[in-house]
Design a protein around this ligand. Structure first.
Ligand code: IVH
Length: 675
């Protein structure tokens, strides 16, 4: 291939991937591979200047705006950052910068920040009022997403004491924990899961309906203040960011100021070590010159400032042996293949299983039992098998074939049309029943502590239950003979089950697993039709008219109640003492903590323990007694419990001061953390 052809081919390939990423929010290759392609193109263009064109993709910083949103011409271009890929390049950059401004390299002051993996946003304020918000687009023209951004809880709509025209720029992102929750909801609704937190954030922001954006736990982190009319007079970046934080924006708590190249490089290493412990996904570290006069001196290239650099961190990948491929049967009958791996530590935790998504994915990756495979965490969270590693000389097993019958009930599996998913369609399949009951007891539904998959399986095989309603008939005597359950834990399990009887109707609706009914729809349904009996009798027209419900969900609810078995279950649940009603008085409160577990420890001013927990509940959250990986945050009041603090520290769960509790309740997020 001659260089001309090579360049053309690279450009086409980059354009294709870039469009998939920016326009469809569905990346086709890992970021690191994409960066490598762009670097290859740039170096070819550098070698062969005659092949350069002004509109080469190597010059672009993003993708053109789409047709859905109105274009916004940025008052000041939203530039990208130049990248370096290791400490030597970082050091060399720093020395160059220091030299060109005539400061000793060990004396130049830098700000070192996480490079959040989300999407860039510019929010414009005029005389302290939010007037417009735009995505980056191609850097010059972005998309108007004002209505959606108004739904992001930690983007202030007014700035106290601000005047003139200014823009606050930063990154819209989804905290890792929220990404996990969101994908679980997507699964529950039978919708496609997002590949990683960044795509989930992009997909959530670029919605036609701001109501959808509102239901997603998006957050905004600020990293730039743009003075559009010269009304601000800061001399240092850190000062401007202090003002931005004062206005109520979230800024990265990990940011530090470092004097000199060595300290700056060392801090960037800290990020490499700690990256997996942060609550957001990062793909690098950003280093910026603090002094704004020096910045002005350094200026810009056509696509990036000279006063900042991104040190990219590669996604962590490990190789391990693929032992076998198995399939699991979900609540809806979907059969998912997964890899059983020789345990390996990836991105901070041990991985021994990884999803393979579906039959087509296994085929496309051509991974076979016995292969050495590359494993990584998608979006720092979900373990996945990337590919098999070639091992010359080793004989591979034949390709793995998808089972034709359900591993749990042996009925024939069905793959519909051109869908990638395969289903067990036997309504009496025990594996589906198991998952349905587990789901009923899960955190987002009836939240019954101590009733996980193993326990449910045990109850089923002992013949103690065969339906969710049976749970409420269990007595201590039934349980205390089961293996691993003494009198004490049997008593607390029964208590937990009985305690769930008071759960609001919306949680029960979520727990029943009605198609398309996730927490948001369930809440809307229960508020509009606040009793089970009324819901059962409601017509399609009536349900479709409910805001946030609509014809699809409405039809699904009608269909659910048309089934005699569902109606019988409802009658039994009511007869067994479940309240099955919704407290409409809390409806006016925004559900800022919907589905989130907030642990309170120590005394929080203005609240008793009970009132704090009740208030969290009114905001849609739960307040479990202990800290776990799933805890959204820990509110640390006066005289906190040492074990909760230690646990939160160990698990990297954010801890926020008691003084932030009110803010947490109203916005669902916080400005400062203690860790
Ligand atoms: S500063 C003119 N700081 O990375 C400089 N960018 O690859 C503007 N990003 O477009 C960017 N974290 O979307 C800056 N702490 C941070 C960042 C950050 C993430 C993103 C941003 C930018 C892209 C450049």
């Amino acid at each position: 291939m001659n260089p001309g052809e090579h360049v053309e081919r690279l450009r086409a390939e980059i354009t294709r991937h870039s469009e998939a990423y920016h326009v469809h929010d569905a990346p086709t290759i890992p970021d690191a591979d994409y960066d490598a392609l762009v670097r290859e193109l740039r170096s070819l263009e550098a070698e062969h200047p005659e092949l350069r064109t002004d509109d080469s993709v190597s010059e672009r910083v993003g993708a053109p705006a789409s047709a859905v949103f109105s274009p916004v011409v940025h008052a000041e271009a939203m530039l990208s950052l130049d990248n370096v890929f290791d400490v030597n390049e970082l050091r060399a950059w720093s020395e160059r910068v220091a030299k060109s401004v005539g400061v000793a390299s060990e004396e130049l002051v830098y700000v070192v920040e996480p490079k959040i993996d989300g999407l860039a946003l510019s929010v414009r304020y005029e005389d302290g009022r939010l007037v417009r918000a735009a995505t980056r687009g191609d850097g010059r023209v972005g998309e108007d997403v004002t209505d959606n951004v108004r739904q992001i809880k930690n983007v202030p709509v007014t700035l106290k004491g601000a005047s003139g025209h200014l823009e606050v720029r930063g990154e819209v992102f989804l905290p890792k924990a929220d990404f996990l929750d969101m994908n679980q909801r997507q699964r529950e609704l039978g919708l496609k899961e997002f590949a990683n937190p960044r795509n989930a954030a992009a997909g959530s922001l670029r919605q036609k309906d701001p109501g959808v954006t509102a239901s997603r736990p998006l957050s905004f982190l600020a990293y730039q203040l743009v003075d559009l009319d010269g009304s601000l007079d800061f001399t240092h970046y850190t000062q401007s960011m202090a003002q931005v934080a004062d206005w109520g924006f979230l800024t990265a708590p990990e940011t530090t100021t470092e004097v000199g190249t060595s300290a700056m490089v060392e801090r960037s290493d800290w990020f490499e070590v700690q990256r997996h412990e942060l609550r957001y996904q990062i793909d690098g570290v950003v280093v910026k010159v603090d002094d704004l006069h020096l910045r002005a001196q350094l200026g810009f290239t056509s696509r990036a400032p000279r006063w900042a650099i991104a040190r990219k961190l590669p996604p962590e990948e490990r190789t391990t042996r693929l032992l076998t491929i198995e399939v699991s049967v979900g609540r809806t009958g979907r059969v998912t293949p997964f890899a059983v791996l020789e345990p390996v530590v990836v991105a901070g935790s041990t991985v021994s299983m990884a999803t393979l998504h579906n039959q087509d994915q296994v085929k496309a990756k051509d991974v076979r039992p016995g292969d050495l495979v590359i494993v990584r965490k998608a979006g720092d969270v979900i373990p996945e098998v990337v590919a098999a590693v070639a091992e010359p000389g080793r004989r591979r097993k034949g390709p793995w074939t998808f089972p034709t019958t359900c591993p749990a009930c042996a009925s024939a599996l069905v793959r519909v049309g051109d869908e990638s998913d395969t289903y067990c369609v036997n309504p009496a399949c025990p594996a589906q029943l198991l998952q349905q009951i587990v789901h009923f007891a899960s955190r987002g539904a009836l939240d019954i502590e101590g009733l996980g998959e193993q326990r449910v399986a045990q109850l089923l095989s002992a013949g103690l239950i065969s339906d969710v309603a049976d749970l409420f008939t269990l007595g201590v005597d039934d349980l205390s003979n089961l293996e691993g359950l003494g009198q004490l834990s049997a008593t607390s399990l029964v208590r937990a089950i009985q305690g769930a009887k008071g759960m609001p109707l919306s949680r029960v609706l979520v727990g029943l697993g009605i198609r398309h009914v996730g927490p948001v729809a369930a809440r809307a349904l229960a508020l509009a039709v606040p009793s089970y009996q009324a819901l059962e009798a409601a017509s399609l027209d009536q349900l479709s008219a409910v805001a946030g419900v609509g014809p699809v969900i409405g039809a699904s609810v009608v269909e659910y109640f048309a089934d005699e078995e569902s109606r019988e279950r409802a009658r039994r649940l009511a007869a067994l003492g479940l309240s099955l009603t919704e407290d409409v008085t809390s409806s006016s409160l925004a559900q800022t903590l919907l589905g989130r577990a907030v642990v309170v420890t120590g005394a929080v001013e203005g609240f008793t323990r009970e009132s704090a927990e009740e208030t969290i509940g009114l905001r849609g959250g739960t307040s479990p007694g202990s800290v776990s990986k799933r805890t959204y945050c820990v509110v640390v009041g006066d005289a906190p419990g040492a074990s909760k603090v230690t646990k939160a520290t160990d698990l990297g769960v954010p801890m926020i001061p008691g003084t932030e509790f009110e803010n947490l309740l109203t916005t669902g997020t916080w400005r400062t953390t203690l860790n």
